[in-house]
Design a protein around this ligand. Sequence first.
Ligand SMILES: NC(=O)c1ccc[n+]([C@@H]2O[C@H](COP(=O)([O-])OP(=O)(O)OC[C@H]3O[C@@H](n4cnc5c(N)ncnc54)[C@H](O)[C@@H]3O)[C@@H](O)[C@H]2O)c1
Length: 311
Amino acid sequence: MATYLVTGAAGFVGSHLSERLLEQGDAVRGVDAFTDYYDRSVKEANLAKLRDTAGFELHEADLAETVLEPLLEGVDGVFHLAAQPGVRGSWGATFAIYAKDNLVATQRLFEAAARIGKRVVFASSSSVYGDAETYPTTEDLRPKPVSPYGVTKLTCEHLARVYGSSFGLDVIGLRYFTVYGPRQRPDMAFTRIAKALANGGRFTVLGTGGQSRDFTYVDDAVAATLLSMEEGAAGAVYNVGGGTEATLSQIIKLGERLSGRSLEIVKEPAAAGDVKRTSADTGRIRRDTGWMPKIPLEAGFFEQLAWAGAL
Ligand SMILES: NC(=O)c1ccc[n+]([C@@H]2O[C@H](COP(=O)([O-])OP(=O)(O)OC[C@H]3O[C@@H](n4cnc5c(N)ncnc54)[C@H](O)[C@@H]3O)[C@@H](O)[C@H]2O)c1
């Protein structure tokens, strides 16, 4: 049995990862600051099953400020998922939050983890690519983020590199491509579509609806994260993409078909920082860890619609 520190354990991906670790017999020391990016009650619901499971403990603390050594003591590895997510809110005065929760928090964690000599697997993002020049996009393409959020995630990758080269930090960055499934964050499109289908509300499309994403079911993202801890190459950056690309309009149609309900669509201009397309080449993580996404888009979205009460 191993003990892992999971940062952002009350969040969408962090809570799923923590559940999976406990299921496989490991212990989880979760840490979360319960930032107000979305409501605390949602995060408490994410934690409900974890709080009832032996081997789980939660520390409410801000990684940008708290003393990290006690959190890291005795752990076998660190999964660093805590962050201020979301592209659209990263402009303007709120960039200060991104700078604190993504840059300062990550730099402090890398510094402390380098001292104890344990592996860190951390969440980067497909947002580092911006509007990529080639698709499917490989990790070798020079990243050119088009949002301040993407800039913070790329900076985390550079921090990982310099803590690796100067202090021997064993660290792996995962460029998650739009993760979805039950408990997905309330600001993300699948959850907004599913809730609108469940409640008979409207859904606002920003832009044409032709923007497409490579969608990754949360169980597949969690599997990639665990395999990276076990098998990944120190210093690597990996694309984690589900391999099922679809446009927003196609997702809306799929949600309507699966639920047997229809949505009222409102159109508004595209948001600054939103890319037109993402598509992951996942050859590198497949070669190094054997990871393959398993859940097709339709099956995964069905699970999310069921969770949202839209079926
Ligand atoms: N969900 C996606 O599609 C997606 C895609 C690409 C990258 N990512 C990255 O994956 C990670 C998890 O994303 P998510 O969707 O689960 O987000 P989430 O917001 O649900 O979870 C992040 C958690 O981190 C916590 N947190 C933030 N700042 C903190 C701090 N300073 N100290 C302690 N806790 C803090 C928040 O309270 C939150 O519970 C994030 O790093 C995100 O940027 C997610």
